[in-house]
Design a protein. Structure first.
Length: 410
């Protein structure tokens, strides 16, 4: 808003009649009104030093001093105490606070200028202490807490501790550095470590003497240039069948033939396998095969080998071929020594039994036990007439059979 200047003009004098003549009125108090008669008095006036006044007084020459009227008032009715009021026009816009010249424009505006906060680059007072406005200060010169933005909750304690908290691995339920096996990086692990299952190594082969070896590498090194059961699609066998006699032998109708197998690693077993140089079929009821562990306990078996589901297929190829019989269900075998036992009942008159591949068996009782172990690699229970695989075999009582038959697992 603006105050306008009054007084100190060529016509701003107080005159009064005296003895029929007009003379100046010295020391006369003049008040100002918003109407020629009655109305309301203007009391919001300022002198030249911006002090509030309600009226002005003429000097010894009757002249009215310069002063400033109320905000935005450009004309007032002056009263010197008589019955008539005179109208006074403002003759300049106030320049309170600096400069003596008249104001020609304000922020590029002329006329009756009304400025808003944004006109002078300010924020409206209505936004003080409001959201998206400006903060105010309290009596201590600080921003009130309610005007501060919300903050995350502060930490009052750590693991139940306050003050200068120092945590170690134990305090957070962790192992100290050097007491755990890392997932990456080089590390020396001391002491004996026991694994609940076989650890899996890299796909690469060892290159130095003290590096651990993976199973595939060991298998390859164990057989080197020789043939292994896996090379023939088998899991384990009694010996390389290529070193067997080329003439097959009959296992005999009745009695139980036994061949020991060494399983080097755990495997799932599904079938018994033999090699027949000739076989016309025709096994009879009471024919079976079973798998026994080193203690002589049965762990797997076939069904009745006189039935189509379990009887080995006929073999008439030149040089013979493999024959087999499935287990009643897959068996997960641990590494160890196992005995393949079988009994085949057939017509000996017509020679319907299989002629099976066997190791050299020229002696009446060839050696079947070697070294310092009690393992008998080939044997027979000649007097047995068991019609199904018995639950146990007395391997310690097994006879030293005259024929050492080749057998395998797959």
């Amino acid at each position: 808003m603006a105050r306008y200047e009054f007084g100190a003009g060529v016509g701003d004098f107080v005159v009064r009649p005296s003895d029929g003549l007009w003379g100046v009125g010295a020391g006369v108090e003049v008040t100002f009104w918003d109407a020629a008669t009655d109305g309301s008095q203007y009391t919001d006036l300022l002198n030249t030093v911006s002090e509030p006044i309600t009226s002005v007084t003429s000097d010894e020459y009757g002249s009215l001093p310069r002063f400033y009227g109320p905000d935005s008032v450009t004309g007032m009715w002056a009263s010197a105490g008589g019955t008539i009021r005179a109208f006074m026009d403002a003759h300049s816009v106030t320049t309170i606070g600096g400069g003596d010249g008249a104001v020609e424009s304000v922020n590029g505006m002329t006329g009756v200028v009304t400025l808003l906060a944004e006109d002078v680059g300010a924020i409206p007072s209505t936004q003080a202490g409001m959201a998206e406005g400006v903060a105010t200060l309290d009596e201590d010169g600080l921003v009130p807490a309610e005007q501060l933005p919300a903050t995350a909750a502060v930490v009052s304690s750590v693991n139940g501790q306050t003050g200068a908290v120092v945590l170690d691995a134990d305090a957070v339920g962790a192992l100290p550095t050097g007491q755990a096996v890392l997932l990456t990086g080089a590390q020396t692990v001391a002491g004996v470590k026991t694994f609940s299952s076989a650890p899996v190594g890299p796909a690469s082969n060892p290159t130095t003497d003290n590096q651990l070896s993976r199973k595939a590498y060991v298998d390859q090194a164990a057989y080197a240039g020789e043939w292994s059961p896996a090379d023939h699609g088998l899991t384990a066998w009694a010996f390389d069948p290529a070193v067997a006699n080329s003439t097959g032998l009959f296992p005999g109708s009745g009695g139980i033939r036994v061949t020991a197998i060494r399983l080097r690693s755990a495997a799932t077993i599904n079938r018994f396998v033999w090699f027949a140089t000739g076989y016309a079929g025709g096994l009879q009821t009471g024919s079976w095969a079973g798998l026994y562990n080193s203690a002589g306990n049965r762990v797997a078996m076939t069904g009745d080998m006189s039935t189509a589901a379990y009887e080995p297929a006929e073999q008439h190829a030149a040089g013979g071929g493999s024959i087999s019989s499935p287990l009643t269900g897959p068996y997960s075998a641990a590494a160890g020594i196992y005995y393949i036992a079988w009994r085949m009942v057939y017509n000996t008159g017509t020679g319907n039994g299989p002629m099976m591949l066997a190791a050299e068996s020229a002696a009446g009782a060839p050696p079947n036990q070697f070294g310092y172990t009690t393992v008998k690699r080939f044997g027979v229970f000649s007097s047995s007439s068991a019609t199904t695989a018995p639950t146990t075999l007395a391997v310690g009582s097994m006879e030293n059979g005259a024929n050492r038959f080749w057998a395998a697992l797959a």
